[in-house]
Design a protein around this ligand. Sequence first.
Ligand SMILES: Nc1ncnc2c1ncn2[C@@H]1O[C@H](COP(=O)(O)OP(=O)(O)OP(=O)(O)O)[C@@H](O)[C@H]1O
Length: 788
Amino acid sequence: MAKLSELMHDSTNTLSGVSRLVQLLHNKSTRRSLLLLLASVLIVRGALLPPYHSDNTLQKARSSGKEKADPLQVRQREQHSSDAQFFPLNPPHSQVAPNGRSSPPSKPKGIPSTFTYQLRSLLRIVIPSLRTKEALLLATHSCFLILRTVLSVAVARLDGKIVRDLVSADGRGFTRGLGLWFALAVPSVYTNSMIRHLQSKLALKFRTRLTKYIHDLYLSPHPHLRYYRIPLHGVDQYITADVEAWSESVSGIYGNLMKPSLDLLLFTSQLARELGFRGTMLLFVNYYLTIKILSAVTPAFGQLAAVEARLEGEYRAGVNRVGRESEEVAFYDGGARERDILTGVYLRLIRHVNSIYKIRIAYEWTEDFVIKYLWSAAGYGLIAVPLLFTRKRQIEVKAGSSSNRDGVVADRTETYISNRRLLLSLADAGGRLMYAYKDLVEVAGLTGRLYTLLSTLHHLPRFPPALAGDGNTFELEDVDVCIPSAALLASESHKPTTDVIYENGTVPDSHGSYSTLVRALSLKLHPGMHLMITGSNGVGKTAIARVLAGLWAPCGPLASITRPSSGSAGDRDEKMHHRQRPGVFVVPQRAYMVSGSLLEQVIYPQSLGMFYAEGGNVTELQAILEAAHLEYLVEREGGWATVKEWRDVLSGGEKQRMALARVFYHRPKFAVLDECTSAVSSDVEGQMYEHAKSLGISLITISLRSSLAKYHTHLLTLIGDGTGSWNLTTILNSSSASTPANGGRDEAGSPVCGDKELARVLEEMRTLEGKLEEARGWESRLAELKRQ
Ligand SMILES: Nc1ncnc2c1ncn2[C@@H]1O[C@H](COP(=O)(O)OP(=O)(O)OP(=O)(O)O)[C@@H](O)[C@H]1O
């Protein structure tokens, strides 16, 4: 039955509704302009489909060192700072509670009041102006949508004509009609496929724009480091799946809304003429009741879609983690445990998707009932009003003879058939509009997620700027090293544990005090000074490296930091190296290998294009690998261009030596080495330290190995007594330090110690820590006994 009514609709809706358009089609000049439109669209299409470029182009650009800057990205980069105003954390029309936080929306389902604002903000990114390809694509898409309506009217009209010629046995008319039928089939089929093509093309364009914009913002360079600080879980899901789903839905929703809306408008106006004032009023009452019933049973599709996307993200992150850490998992034989974790996450996702399906059953049942049966019943009622009451009386008065009675029945049948066709078409358009509304609600959910991502990225608190200094000095003054709130929020499902968030980005800990690891740290490092930072595990050594590198903000009311800048250090080796020296270069505890060739491992984070543009050559790199004791690698791995999963191919020690090779390549003014030689033998370690120093690099080493002290001039010991205290001493007997004349104090007043003395101090520290641990055990045992 439903199929039959659909068929009826297809063949008749346009006939009765837009007959005026058909008359226009009969007009010669209109037909000509239609052909012109079609031809122009074909030309535009050709312009929109650029020839295919293979990846070789990029390869060539790389090897010639002429990677061109993407104009889109450059434009976006300039625009980013001003764009923040379009992504406020609390978008307009949202319910804002007196404390400034967003209150839960009063309407928990449907389209949130902020949707229009959020959608507009996102559309600004994907269609930045009317002179873009995206705008042109959208206009072409609209043309094709209108063309489809016009063509379907023409096809329906021709259908009627062919049947009439057949019934009236007009052979010539029938053949002509059939010829026209095939002539119309070509543009009709082409239009349908073009609509689908343009929609996919538009989705792809939207996705590319949005992805580039997010990449540019998310991977913004120092000092904002958004990729490091963003307090959102599953960012990969936002950037990959959500962006794709949003682009697909937004490009589809336009066509899905436009056609039924146009139909609804035309059929209503047509019916209004037939039904008169009373009937039209009843029609609008029908619309009103439909909206009321459906909005009462419409589930919060937007929120459901957002939760689904989040759960998908968690599952994807789990699978990624196992893939990334597969070796570690295998060593622990943790497959079964990982399977349980992943299955748990997957089942949570599936339960949610299943509940959506269940909710949908109830909704779709009501929707079908209302649109198909209630509307049809209402339609019968509406048709019956003029037939049973108004006209019946007139007809009874007029009808005398039997021939008149036949004409009256024909009149009634005609009225009934035409009105019923209109109502069926109306019901169909209404149904499609309801489906489009459902899509719209889902788009609202995805829009909300992407808006959250972008507004968060735009509004990450900025760090206080570092002082310029002379460009070669590293200086910290009264710096408290605190765990930043963002990191805390990220580790606790981005739910704030407290209402208080301080301006400097720190939060009070559970006892109400700051999470300060090191208090009022002051030190000044000049070129030629080498600092070793030591202290027990978890005391805050890496935290200092994070402050030095600009990953964490320096805290404290009087805190100031002077960082060395990149550029010339004015030393004797300067002429030999054509490259700019970075001010600071940090080698982290876990060695990181980038995807790409062996050569790219050494020069990371520099690109291949930059390497060649700066006149880099592999002879220089070979010497660097020799200094890092990795000279055999090029031959073993099959050349500089070999691309492998270097994280798995290189051994732990090789990865650490590769990280040191990067330091030798970039030759920074200061290199922060965070326990990055733990897997390297001490003799090789020593040679690499000496080589780094010979390159004029000032070392800041974080280590517990006392054997490394001799390569440094100063020692910073973090006491680890919970007060954040520290101790800075000068190291005697180191290859760089001169013995102070001032019995036990250097020129800056820091106490001095020799490396034997240092080894003794570290040993004593370790013994005391062991004893403290034991004492803690006794304390808990004593407490246990007391309780008994
Ligand atoms: N992102 C973070 N979120 C929450 N706490 C953190 C974060 N980073 C570090 N911490 C905490 O700060 C403390 C100091 O960490 P840090 O990594 O600086 O220790 P460390 O002295 O380098 O230790 P190790 O010698 O074991 O490497 C630890 O207690 C750690 O749990």
